[in-house]
Unconditional design. Structure first.
Length: 723
């Protein structure tokens, strides 16, 4: 018996009950000629707007909860052809600059020709009252963007791929997006944030690209090296790279060996044998950055110090009189070292006097008419540096000034920064690429002082710059170890040092209150119950802190029951349950939410790790606004993959920040991430109050795991070579 032909219907989309831009799944209400009520159509479609004309084919089903509906196997849409449909279509918020008011004006002026006017005769839009050159340009650009993004979305969905990154593809490649993707789908994995090798490989497979093709082998090698860099490594042993790529991506070894040779010939890959017993393969950009950083740092270090003629004893006596107290022995020794150093590292844990030493050095250099520049890797770290020194401090990105014309920085080797002394705080956060950009821009006459805690987590990006500089033994290093009396009164600081030695922290109790607590909780569910109680009442009642403003939850991982993603949804429901919002990229963003920037955006001047509060959104303009430390930043709805909720963030993401109160959920389910330097970093983020929540076993696991994986880097060896 033959299968019956699928039913078909057509009509105008009256309402979009649900539509996932990620998967394309939609529930639509359609006005069908001859039907008294709206018809429900369920199926997959990459994009759809109210007012569009729809043709769907499929089978009629009776849903027990929602009644009769067409389960469509195919859905096609086209621009509406009726005046009423066109007005709904334009007023849906699809096109920036057109809401219901201007949709009505445009239809009244141009009738059914309005879409053609927008597309090919946009100058005529200015004939409509209220539309000037600026709004007309916005409408035209948005229309072109909508057309191209829809084309990309249709293409992606036809290849079984999520459509949520279509806007990012358009923004990266412009109107040639389809051409670029079809010629080499693997470019997506390299260029588009959120699209990995797996997605690009899926598209390539649909195109019939052979699994062992040179194109796939080359892309696979670079993908594995990029993945390697996200774990902090600057390079990978050659044999390990080939074997892991073959095993992970199922590519023949012979094809990969040829791909390595091709990459070396094209200089996309670099083979390093000089400083390593095992041949290492680098991505060319990381190899160049490591070489340049070592050369520039040693060139800087070999110049004459500007204050080498100063009498160390007199300088020390003078600065102590200005401070009003005597410096500790190690601090005094550091002052003397600094006078005869061009590059210097100041390191040590919390409460050992790093800030006091920095303030003393600033006084000395400024008294000698030296221009001092202060900077840090993140906005929060720069703000804290400014508060503790009383001097202007800025992020490294703002110091170097992004140049949109070439995608680099305005200050570099050819156009060095202005200044005599550069003091960089939170230097443990410096990755190889940013450190290279910074050092190349520092004038050769200047002094560089790197300040940081080398026992914290290393940078999120590749390299372990501060540790490698210290390990090279080629620059002056001052390690402060004495905890000062005032700092020793804080259980946060004393426990941080206990943790750094591998000792279990001492928790305070209600009978003996203080600033550090450990709350036992065995299961992940119990951990969340305790955190919920802390956020909803206990922290405010006992310490007067606002859970929405003053409390930061820090967790070892993104995923899992106690990962940042899951905790953010739970805390959002607890602290901001009724905010007006929209859903994009699997996250609901609501007015009042705490959010974090997760990538550098030089045009908006917001950077990875910057945090703020979502203060407003406009559906017609498809824009929301975030208050980033007093600066109002706008985001189009299609740009929201740059933001994530930040009620809970990973400990890695918290580097360089301080918060009045920190809650640290630690559980044995985090075993892959439980390391001593991770716990130490999390604890040292708390300023007034730290609360660990979880079983003692998880804390002991972290304390015992002091051998965090050594990063593959040859910076220390190169520094010795160029000394």
């Amino acid at each position: 018996m033959s299968k019956p032909e699928p039913s078909e219907l057509s009509g105008h989309v009256e309402r979009i009950t649900f539509h996932s831009e990620d998967t394309g799944f939609a529930v639509l209400k359609v006005e069908v000629k001859g039907e008294k009520e709206l018809v429900t159509v369920v199926g997959k479609i990459p994009n759809v707007s109210v007012g569009e004309y729809l043709v769907a084919a499929g089978d009629w089903m009776m849903d027990p909860n929602h009644g009769k509906q067409l389960r469509a196997s195919t859905i096609r849409t086209s621009p509406p052809d009726s005046i009423e449909g066109i007005e709904k279509f334009l007023g849906s918020g699809l096109i920036h600059g057109i809401g219901p008011v201007y949709a009505k004006k445009l239809v009244e002026k141009f009738g059914k020709e309005v879409l053609d006017v927008i597309d090919s005769r946009s100058a005529r839009l200015e004939e409509v009252d209220g539309i000037g050159p600026t709004r007309r340009k916005r409408i035209k650009n948005s229309w072109q963007e909508v057309k191209t993004v829809r084309e990309i979305m249709t293409f992606l969905l036809s290849h079984g791929v999520s459509t949520s990154r279509a806007f990012r593809i358009y923004k990266t490649y412009g109107e040639k997006a389809m051409q670029r993707v079809q010629s080499n789908p693997y470019c997506l994995a390299r260029d588009i944030r959120g699209i990995g090798f797996k997605t690009a490989d899926q598209i390539a497979s649909h195109f019939g690209i052979d699994p062992n093709s040179p194109l796939r082998a080359r892309a696979g090698l670079e993908h594995m090296l990029q993945e390697n860099s996200t774990r902090g490594h600057c390079a990978c042993p050659r044999d390990e790279l080939v074997m892991n790529t073959s095993a992970t991506l199922n590519i023949e070894m012979e094809a990969l060996e040829e791909a390595v040779l091709h990459g070396l010939a094209e200089k996309r890959l670099i083979l390093e044998t000089k400083h390593s017993q095992t041949p290492l393969v680098y991505l060319a950009a990381l190899h160049r950055a490591e070489m340049d950083l070592a050369m520039d740092l040693q060139n800087l270090n070999t110049q004459a110090p500007p204050l080498e003629d100063a009498d160390p004893e007199k300088v020390l006596e003078w600065v102590q009189s200005k401070l009003g107290f005597d410096l500790a022995d190690l601090q005094a020794s550091a002052i003397k070292q600094a006078l005869h150093s061009k590059v210097m590292v100041i390191t040590g844990g919390p409460g050992v006097g790093k800030t006091t030493l920095v303030n003393a050095l600033i006084k000395i250099y400024e008294a000698r008419k030296q221009k001092v520049q202060l900077a840090a890797p993140t906005g929060r770290a720069a703000k804290r540096m400014q508060e503790t020194t009383g001097h202007y401090a800025q992020t490294l990105h703002r110091l170097l000034i992004f140049d949109p014309t070439n995608g680099g920085f305005k200050h570099d080797r050819a156009n060095p920064l202005k200044g005599d002394v550069f003091i960089i705080d939170e230097a443990s956060m410096l990755d190889l690429v940013l450190a290279n950009k910074l050092i190349s821009a520092i004038p050769k006459k200047a002094v560089l002082i790197l300040v940081g805690d080398v026992d914290q987590l290393p940078s999120v990006g590749p390299g372990s710059v501060l540790r490698d500089i210290m390990r090279s033994d080629t620059v002056q290093v001052c390690k402060l170890t004495e905890i000062f009396r005032q700092a020793a009164d804080s259980q946060i600081i004393t426990n941080a040092h206990r943790i750094n030695k591998g000792e279990f922290p001492h928790g305070c109790t209600p009978q003996h209150p203080g600033d550090f607590y450990h709350i036992e909780a065995e299961t992940p569910g119990e951990v969340w119950t305790k955190i919920k109680s802390l956020l909803s009442k206990r922290i405010h009642a006992n310490f007067g802190l606002d859970p929405r403003r003053d409390v930061q939850v820090l967790t070892p991982m993104q995923r899992g029951e106690l990962g940042a993603r899951n905790l953010n949804q739970s805390i959002q429901s607890l602290l901001n349950p009724h905010g007006e919002g929209i859903e994009r990229f699997g996250i609901r963003y609501q007015v009042g939410d705490r959010v974090m920037q997760v990538m550098n955006n030089y045009e908006k001047e917001v950077f990875n790790g910057d945090m703020g509060t979502l203060i407003a959104l406009d559906r017609e303009e498809q824009t929301l606004w975030v208050d980033m430390a007093g600066k109002k930043v706008d985001y189009g709805f299609n740009e929201l993959d740059e933001l994530t909720l930040s009620y809970a963030v990973t400990i890695h993401k918290s580097q360089g920040s301080e918060y009045p109160c920190v809650i640290l959920p630690l559980h044995t389910q985090h075993f892959m991430m439980l390391q001593r330097n991770l716990l130490y970093t999390g604890v040292t983020r708390g300023k007034q109050l730290v609360i660990l929540v979880g079983p003692s076993k998880a804390i002991r696991m972290a304390l015992q795991n002091a051998d965090s994986q050594k990063r593959v880097s040859l910076l220390a060896e190169r520094l010795r070579e160029y000394q």
